[in-house]
Design a protein around this ligand. Structure first.
Ligand code: ZN
Length: 345
């Protein structure tokens, strides 16, 4: 009987426990009422009298060791199970939803407004030759008008005909490319990123423009006015007012600027006695526009005796700011990556 006790490998049985369910079974098997320890105690009478004392002591030692090993095992299992614990009744984690940049929505809306009156959106290089940005727009090399367009130049070998490489300072560089691409009638809307080294409440070094170009027979300035009016009424609503001011651009003749009343100060030019940070005068310059200069038509391979056209250049960021429901007083927030601003759209 003592031999049986000494040969009993209870440590192995405990080591093999893998979860609380096993643990419970082993506990009952070893320490339960009808368990192995008790069955040894029950057989104590069968042990020869001279061995009974040793047998009893050994059995008690084993019992204590089993209790201790089982306790340690239970803690181990609990720790493991805590790590693996999964509560299927907890609500799931919601996925974070992204959204398009607010300006992307505005660009889509602008495209849809112009598409509805027959304009086709095109896309031309952002990294552009100087030629398309200036020469093709009636601003030859050395012409002072080029100074109006502060420009980023790219470190790239010059081309004999096309000059240096620039980050397109305006979408007007698409005019010549469009005239080369197709013959009139042309109804182009070119929306793209443009670049100039400016940084203040109304300027960012990267901004967007959209260029409208319409070339056909018998096109005149009333078509231009009608088109801009149609856009402004649809985009800003009927309450915003427009004024036209004579202006000068090299690539249009005659030229003018289109202003829209400021939505931040309601055209007053001030808020609570302080000058409006956005407009300073109650009006915001919305666009440059005019009849395409005959030289520009010629450089695009179009006969100015047969065809005429007009063009305009708008800023989508400005359009967005001027909308009544979006009173942004500093345009730089658009590209600051501030999630508190962006997640509102
Ligand atoms: Zn204002």
């Amino acid at each position: 009987m003592l031999e049986q006790l000494n040969e009993w490998n209870f440590k192995k049985e405990i080591a093999e426990i893998k979860n609380l369910f096993d643990w419970e079974k082993v506990y009952i098997k070893l320490l339960g009422k009808k368990g192995k320890i008790n069955s040894f105690f029950a057989k104590i009478k069968e042990v020869p009298a001279d061995q009974r004392k040793v047998f009893g002591q050994r059995l008690n030692e084993i019992k204590k060791e089993i209790e201790k090993l089982l306790e340690v095992k239970k803690l181990e299992i609990k720790k493991l199970e805590e790590k693996k614990f999964f509560d299927p009744t907890l609500p799931g984690k919601p996925y974070l939803k992204g959204s398009l940049h607010p300006l992307t929505y505005v660009i889509e809306e602008i495209v849809s407004i112009f598409s509805s009156i027959g304009f086709i959106r095109v896309s031309y290089p952002e990294v552009e030759w100087e030629y398309f940005s200036f020469e093709a727009l009636n601003m030859p090399k050395g012409h002072p008008a080029r100074d109006d367009f502060e420009t980023f130049f790219i470190d790239f070998p010059q081309d004999k005909k096309y000059g240096r490489v620039v980050l397109s300072p305006h979408t007007s560089s698409g005019q010549n490319r469009e005239m080369r691409r197709i013959k009139p009638p042309i109804r182009m809307i070119n929306i793209a990123k443009t670049y100039r080294p400016n940084w203040d409440a109304t300027h960012t070094p990267m901004f967007h423009q959209f260029e409208g170009l319409c070339i056909d027979k018998d096109i005149n300035i009333t078509h231009l006015k009608g088109t801009i009016d149609y856009f402004v009424k649809r985009f800003f609503g009927k309450n915003r007012t427009i004024r036209l001011r004579p202006a000068h651009f090299q690539f249009t003749e005659p030229s003018f600027e289109v202003d829209v009343s400021c939505g931040v100060c309601q055209g007053k030019g001030e808020i609570d006695g302080q000058k409006c940070k956005v407009c300073k005068s109650g009006w915001l310059e919305l666009a440059g526009a005019g009849m395409v200069h005959p030289n520009v038509l010629k450089m695009g391979g179009i006969d100015p005796q047969k065809y005429s056209g007009w063009a305009f250049g708008f800023g989508p960021e400005r359009c967005m700011m001027m909308r009544e429901e979006m009173k942004i007083d500093d345009i730089r927030i658009l590209y600051s990556g501030d999630i508190r601003f962006l997640e509102q759209f």
